[in-house]
Design a protein around this ligand. Structure first.
Ligand code: NAI
Ligand code: MG
Length: 431
């Protein structure tokens, strides 16, 4: 790995985002001293003042950077979006479009990779607490990866039937039993766009992430869908599964009902390696994974395309705690570690490519966590001498896991602050 510098765009965004980024700047500088950071504006503030949640200069920065790390974004429904615009912009016909969806579409970030790792290894399940729960055990209770389709599926089109231009959809739905009791103005239709192209590339990414589950004997992609109900789009997905399965003979592919998968995630999470799902279903399944992990302060995600990568916590802008200095910065720091692993893989020629991001986050699954943080803290690991990105990512991850276990923020039952957490991570990195 060369010492050459990477250009990283930081997107603080809204709510708890800026306070997390400010607290974590010294950590990032210590963890990745060769990175050049540039801040770029994004989010609700940009929408309110300029009518565009992603300013043109932010697009330019993103398009020329090696990667971006985003902290948190606020999105609100159309009516609030219009109401909160600056006076001079209201009524000018501007339409709010979620900046997260815009990024994914325009940068073609088709795979949202969300590792669901047992970072607290026994200490953070919903049924226990850090104070009186069982002592942390080294064996993880789960460890799998959700790969969510990011560019099509049920988030593609959500159309009001009120306007004149409804693309003939009104004719499709107007005889439906509930629609006959309604009006056009009172009806909307969401479309689940499903393409073989979209699914083949998603499934190749999913297959490339197998073999890192908590159960090392697994090499499995579980496609969570509703093929018996959504039959036509389900058939496209099945054809894509057959085609990609032939390319990965050592990976076991299964198509399972998404509702049954949610139950299995609670009753037997160890049976999963990689779960692939369309946009909405993947969104829900990965938040279930966040709950397994112990809360939204923990999980991070990679939005990967063949040419661009944006890393972000799974959580949003948390308006209920914004400004209080108590947001958990762990997910943001773990996103930075994923970014480093991606850049390391890309530098080795195994990262983003037309085959998808085959070597992207090495974080997927829980193996990376099995080394106890204490080992890293006492210098027992070879990574303490490391200077390459992968080793640096691993050091950062271990420092974060250590602070999560020893002195967490209130979301995990502790009383640490955002700044205190970040400072302790920086201290452990330096020691
Ligand atoms: P949220 O993730 O912001 O918050 C949900 C709950 O988790 C809240 O109680 C919050 O305090 C807590 N939480 C989240 N992150 C935390 C952290 N780092 N430390 C401690 N506690 C944390 O989701 P919510 O409330 O549904 O949405 C708030 C805003 O965020 C909305 O405008 C929503 O559209 C946006 N959002 C953006 C996402 C993104 O940027 N990808 C993802 C989810 C929501
Ligand atoms: Mg979500």
């Amino acid at each position: 790995m060369s010492a050459s510098s990477h250009r990283i765009v930081l997107l603080p965004g809204d709510g708890i985002g800026p306070e997390i980024v400010d607290a974590c700047r010294p950590v990032l500088a210590a963890a990745f001293p060769t990175w050049e950071f540039t801040d770029a504006a994004i989010g609700w503030g940009c929408w309110r003042t300029a009518g565009d949640p992603i300013p043109a200069e932010t697009w330019r920065a993103l398009e020329s950077a090696d990667a971006a790390i985003m902290a948190a974004i606020t999105s609100k429904p159309a009516r609030e979006a219009e109401a909160e615009l600056a006076d001079h912009l209201r009524g000018t016909g501007l339409t709010y479009r979620s900046p997260v969806l815009q990024l994914r579409r325009r940068l073609d970030l088709y795979a949202n990779i969300r590792p669901v790792e047992d970072l607290l290894a026994g200490a953070g399940s919903p049924a226990s607490s850090l104070d009186d729960g069982p002592a942390p055990t080294p064996s993880p209770r789960f460890g799998f990866t959700v790969v969510r389709e990011n560019t099509e599926g049920l988030y593609s089109h959500d159309l009001s039937m009120a306007g004149p231009d409804s693309n003939g959809l009104w004719d499709v739905v107007k005889q439906d039993p509930t629609v006959t009791h309604s009006t056009r103005a009172d009806t909307a239709v969401a479309l689940r766009v499903t393409t073989g192209f979209g699914w083949r590339r998603l499934l190749r990414t999913a297959a490339s992430l197998t073999g890192r589950a908590a159960d090392p004997s697994l090499r499995r992609v579980t496609v969570a869908d509703k093929p018996n109900i959504l039959r036509e789009s389900g058939a496209i997905i099945r054809d894509a599964v057959d085609e990609v399965a032939a390319e990965f003979p050592d990976v076991d592919f299964e198509i399972a009902n998404a509702d049954a998968v949610t139950m299995r995630l609670i009753t037997s999470p160890m049976s999963f390696d990689v779960i692939a799902a369309e946009n909405l279903l993947g969104d829900i399944l990965s938040d279930l994974g966040a709950g397994l992990m112990g809360g939204l302060g923990l999980p991070s995600a990679a939005n990967m395309g063949d040419g661009h990568a944006v890393f972000e916590p799974v959580h949003g802008s948390a308006p209920d705690i914004a400004g209080r200095g108590i947001a958990d910065p762990a997910a943001f720091l773990m996103s930075a570690a994923m970014c480093a692993e991606h850049l390391a893989a890309r530098g080795e020629g195994t990262g983003a490519s037309t085959r998808g991001n085959s070597a992207v986050p090495d974080t997927a699954g829980s193996r990376g966590n099995q080394a106890s943080p204490d080992t890293a803290d006492t210098g027992g690991s070879s990574a303490t001498t490391g200077s390459d990105l992968r080793e640096r990512a691993s050091l950062l991850r271990r420092a974060v896991i250590g602070v999560l276990r020893d002195d967490p923020t209130p979301d995990l039952g502790g009383d640490n602050t955002t700044a205190g957490f970040a400072a302790e991570v920086a201290r452990r990195l330096a020691s």
